[in-house]
Design a protein around this ligand. Structure first.
Ligand SMILES: [Zn+2]
Length: 183
């Protein structure tokens, strides 16, 4: 008997360890809903994939507290696991330690640049007022242009396409671009 989802079914003899590894690859390869060129793994928000009494438990740390994308990401991870035959999964969110742009992988930074978004510089030291930490700071040095690499860039607006990005313009190639603000 062949069901519609048989092609996505798990290998017949899969150890618990193999299952965890597969679940981690699947969860990690889910695209970020706001910047689909990078994955949850690239973004550094996939904290842990573990087993708990036969269930797969995926733990995520959302990028920004209260980010509406968090629910979308949870659902996307559940859907991706389910499509791969892993239906007994639980997606949990942990806020501690808080996510920082420093967790974005080198691969993620390269993909952002290729997509035309300047990747974040080093995150400012935590002040304890984490909610406003990325809103009240002007960057000391601007990002390099993701298109031509020029360092001569100017900030046009503190808010780009989303609040976590600022809008810049390259003074060399004249192209505007988003800068993923360090957080
Ligand atoms: Zn440029």
């Amino acid at each position: 008997m062949v069901s519609a989802t048989a092609h996505a079914a798990a290998p017949v003899r899969e150890s618990a360890e193999q299952l965890l590894g597969r679940a981690r690859r699947i969860a990690g390869s889910v695209p970020d809903p706001e910047i689909p060129v990078i994955t949850l793994e690239d973004l550094g928000i996939l904290r842990e994939v573990s087993g708990d009494a036969g269930r797969i438990v995926v733990t995520l740390t959302p990028t920004y507290t209260g980010c509406p994308a968090t629910e979308v990401i949870r659902q996307d991870v559940c859907d991706a696991l389910s499509a791969a035959g892993i239906r007994d999964a639980d997606v949990r969110v942990t806020l501690s330690p808080p996510w920082t742009t420093d967790w974005i992988t080198d691969d993620g930074r390269r993909k952002l640049r290729e997509f035309g978004i300047a990747p974040p510089g080093p995150a400012p030291q935590a002040t304890g007022i984490s909610v406003i930490r990325f809103m009240d700071r002007a960057p000391t040095a601007g990002p390099n242009c993701p298109r031509c690499g020029a360092a001569d860039t100017e900030r046009i607006s503190e808010h780009g396409s989303t609040p976590c990005k600022a809008l810049y313009r390259c003074l060399a190639c004249r192209e505007p671009f988003d800068y993923f603000k360090p957080y």
